[in-house]
Design a protein around this ligand. Structure first.
Ligand code: NAD
Length: 424
């Protein structure tokens, strides 16, 4: 078994190294059998595809896309697709593995996968984006499907992109296959509550953490980096729950008001202006400074590697609630642990999204749809149980919530791999 004795050996800028560091640490604490360790450390399949797209002016461009399927022990692979200019294969590998661990933490019957296309969606027209999405889907048809691998939204992909994926898959299958993708518009087989699910899951585990730490959420200060599907929804739900959201940002920068932001007004401003710039009732604040604001909860909900060895010492939050995947590097995680920050790790905290994606897949296969009240009730049950399961591991092994979440996930996946056996 490979040992990372020192966290300093991890290449900080590479999320795959951070993921493997935590995996190795948890596997060692569990004394995982060497064969299982070797098997679970590797993905099952990864593909790079070259996606030709006719651009609006008639010329052809080729985009690079990836899909990584990490592990199928517990069920079909599940994981989002991101469109971003800086997507790398190592990033997608890390994200695919995180999906395996995340689905196991919340105990839903899926393995992990992730996809990405290197592109800047802000520079693509709607037609170009549609052709790119359809061709990406068509090239991956053999490895996608309700029993194989089910994509979902992630950075810069939304309900519209999911609808194109569902349509493309269905056209090739010659019948409607709603369960081929989740995060669809409600009218096309999407689930009530899916859009809010990741933010709602963050709120549920944050409430549990407050209770566990004996703190009161009333007027607790919340700082959020990112204002997309995760950050924007989290802002609204935390605000409605009585927390005081004092800062929020997007890729261009943020706004800060120590008295608390009027979140409905702020989100409406952002919807219209596509930026927080010029919002009148708050001060502008750069993303780097926003992360260092004094608060009870910091929610990074944008991209990876935001909390590193360079700024972890300066964070002034009591609870770090990870909306994004991999926002904290392994080095930074060690520093936060030493400083007593209570970390709700990504593979627990942001699992509300994949949980309601699972509900969507179940509803598609039944052809029977649940009310939002039922979805939210079941989500709350899953997230609360998962928080308690992770906390029980943390207490039993005397480890951080992150290490505990990895240990719980590895235990569950390892059990299923042992039962199925490795066809080697
Ligand atoms: P999104 O595209 O809807 O929103 C991303 C937000 O982050 C935007 O406001 C964008 O302006 C901002 N942003 C992008 N780059 C930034 C940077 N360098 N610095 C500061 N802000 C930046 O994406 P999303 O779906 O909200 O996903 C955000 C994160 O949450 C990702 O890490 C994603 O993997 C993770 N996540 C998403 C879901 C989901 O259901 N969508 C579920 C679990 C985890």
């Amino acid at each position: 078994m490979r040992e990372f004795e020192r966290v300093e050996e991890v290449k900080e800028e590479n999320p795959l190294d951070s993921m493997l560091y935590h995996f190795d640490q948890a596997a060692q604490l569990l004394r995982l059998e060497p064969d299982l360790y070797t098997f679970m450390r590797h993905p099952s399949l990864e593909v790079t595809i070259y996606i030709p797209v006719i651009m609006d002016d008639g010329h052809l461009e080729v985009f690079v896309g990836y899909r990584v399927q990490h592990n199928f022990a517990r069920g079909p692979a599940k994981g989002g697709i991101r469109f971003a200019p800086d997507v790398t294969l190592d990033e997608i590998r890390a994200l695919a593995a995180w999906m395996t661990w995340k689905c196991a933490v919340v105990n839903i019957p899926f393995g992990g996968a992730k996809g990405g296309v290197v592109c800047n969606p802000a520079e693509l027209s709607r037609g170009e984006l549609e052709r790119l999405t359809r061709r990406y889907t068509a090239q991956l048809l053999d490895i996608l499907g309700p029993e194989r691998d089910v994509p979902a939204p992630d950075l810069n992909t939304d309900e519209q992109v999911m609808a194109w994926i569902m349509d493309t898959y269905s056209m090739h299958a010659r019948h409607v296959v709603t369960a081929s993708v989740t995060g669809k518009p409600i009218g096309l087989g999407g689930s009530a509550g899916r859009r809010e699910a990741t933010g709602r899951g963050l709120l549920i585990v944050a409430n549990e953490a407050f209770r566990h730490l004996g703190l009161s959420p009333k007027e607790a200060r919340v700082v959020i980096q990112g204002a997309g599907n995760v950050g924007g929804v989290a802002a609204r739900l935390f605000h409605e729950a009585g927390y005081k959201v004092i800062a929020i940002s997007d890729v261009h920068g943020g706004i800060f008001n120590p008295q608390g932001l009027n979140i409905p007004e702020v989100l409406e401003y952002h919807r219209v202006e596509k930026s927080f710039r010029g919002y009148p009732h708050a001060e502008p604040i750069p993303n780097a400074e926003l992360l260092e604001l004094e608060c009870e909860i910091l929610i990074p909900a944008a991209v990876e590697n935001q909390i590193t060895s360079r700024n972890a010492e300066r964070l002034r939050c009591r609870i770090l609630c990870e909306g994004a995947n991999g926002p904290t590097t392994a080095q930074a995680d060690r520093i936060l642990q030493e400083r007593g920050v209570f970390v709700l790790p990504d593979i627990l905290a942001n699992a509300g999204g994949v949980t309601v994606s699972y509900f969507e897949w179940v509803q598609n296969r039944m052809g029977y749809y649940w009310s939002e009240r039922v979805v939210n009730h079941r989500l709350k049950e899953v997230m609360t149980n998962s928080f308690r399961d992770v906390l029980a591991y943390a207490t039993r092994y005397g480890v951080s919530m992150r290490t505990a979440a990895y240990m719980l996930a590895i235990d569950r996946v390892a059990y299923d791999v042992r039962m199925r056996g490795i066809y080697a």
